[in-house]
Design a protein around this ligand. Structure first.
Ligand code: OGA
Ligand code: MN
Length: 212
């Protein structure tokens, strides 16, 4: 990784989020970019599919397609190794108890968006830290598709975004999953990203896991 984990840890404890341009090595980035653009249309899943809500309704909230990453692919694996270093570093410095990482590529076809949401509802999810990495070269303002991040919800305030992030190759955003509502504005060109979450062990909360 080309970012300092100390810097991420400081920002997370002070602001709860960080936006990092050129977060990873060129090698890892270009590997991911190559991989994501070589996936065939059949490999992408519609992200509108959900367990609790109807498909059509979810499609109104988000219209991207996703592909889960794994260690089996060398390029995905190189990224996962970086996330492992980040996980260990943050656990050492902030005692976050991050247990594992899950992530997927996402592609937003022209016209796609993701309405304002939070990634984790307090106490109802084991996702604690969100990571978004962008994989688009030469993104311009007119291309839309910006990520808007909002402050923690406060009753009675009109929320203005605290960050507006262009999905440019190498830019990485890391934030506390429960704290920051965010949305993706309608994209006017095909947009690629990799989104993931560090999770705590769901069997925590008072129960001890037997070692295995
Ligand atoms: C998500 C998400 C933002 C982005 O997948 O939960 O908010 O910029 N993605 O791709
Ligand atoms: Mn999100």
């Amino acid at each position: 990784m080309s970012i300092s984990i100390d810097k991420v840890a400081d920002a997370l404890s002070e602001e709860g989020y960080i936006v990092i341009p050129c977060a990873l090595s060129d090698e890892v980035l270009h590997g991911l970019q190559q991989r994501v653009t070589s996936l065939s249309p059949e490999q992408w899943l519609s992200a509108g599919v959900g367990r609790n809500t109807g498909y059509q309704q979810n499609k109104k909230i988000r219209s991207d397609n996703i592909f889960w990453i794994s260690k089996d692919d060398p390029q995905e694996s190189a990224f996962l190794q970086d996330m492992e270093l980040l996980r260990q570093g943050l656990n050492q410095q902030l005692y976050m108890g991050l247990f594992d990482f899950e992530g997927h590529f996402a592609t937003y076809p022209r016209g796609a968006y993701y309405q304002k949401h939070v990634d984790a509802l307090r106490g109802r999810s084991n996702r604690v830290l969100s990571v978004i990495l962008y994989l688009n070269e030469g993104w311009s303002d007119d291309d839309g598709g910006q990520l808007l991040m909002y402050p923690e919800h406060r009753e009675g305030y009109q929320d203005e975004p605290i960050q507006r992030v262009a999905p440019e190759l190498g830019t990485m955003v890391v934030f506390l999953s429960e704290k920051f509502p965010h949305e993706v504005l309608e994209s006017h060109r095909q947009r690629f990203s990799l989104t993931g979450w560090f999770r705590i062990n769901s069997s925590q909360s008072g129960r001890v896991d037997p070692a295995n």
